[in-house]
Design a binder for this molecule. Structure first.
Ligand code: ZN
Length: 170
């Protein structure tokens, strides 16, 4: 067990050697994830296990634990989302190897460049996110929707009326 997560890692070579790496990753470095978050604060606990299975498949398996903050799509306030993820990726050098990968792995294409660990973690978290994040079991969040009523007596401008007016001026 190595108590350090490097920024970049040669996945194939590390899988050949067989390693377990563990460390804390600040949410702020997960660039691909940041656009869907309302806060880049906090850290995720990440453990990565690289090796080669009995069938010769080189793999990257891991766990991600922690908490991220998203915007609830009902009340538009922050919501904490606890993460407790597991993933198991089969390392492949090109697309054609996808078919040979056992079903127990998701494919991860490996390039000649060392992989950016933060990108892999961000991708795994993105895949696990709810399509529409909503507070669960929050009365406050549900009350927010019930309290919403369109403003009374407000004249909404008809876009077609505006267009007709515009045409008359031509
Ligand atoms: Zn909510």
């Amino acid at each position: 067990m190595i108590d350090h997560l490097p920024d970049r890692l040669d996945l194939i070579a590390t899988a050949e050697a067989g390693r377990v790496l563990r460390g804390r990753l600040p949410v702020a470095v997960l660039e691909r994830l940041l656009p869907v978050l309302t806060s880049g604060q906090g850290e995720l606990q990440v453990e990565l296990s690289l090796g080669k299975d009995a069938g010769g498949t080189r793999f990257l398996a891991g766990t991600i634990e922690g908490e991220i903050v998203l915007r609830c799509q009902r009340c538009v306030k922050d919501m904490q989302l606890p993460l407790d993820l597991e993933f198991r990726l089969g390392l492949i050098r090109d697309e054609s190897a996808v078919d040979e990968l056992p079903d127990s792995y998701e494919p991860l294409a490996v390039t000649a460049e060392p992989a950016i660990i933060a990108d892999i973690i961000a991708e795994e978290v993105l895949l696990a996110l709810p399509i529409v994040p909503l507070h669960e079991g929050s009365d406050e969040c549900h009350a927010y929707v019930k309290a919403y009523k369109p403003l009374q007596g407000e004249q909404r401008e008809n876009p077609f009326a505006v267009l007709a007016e515009f045409k008359q001026k031509q």
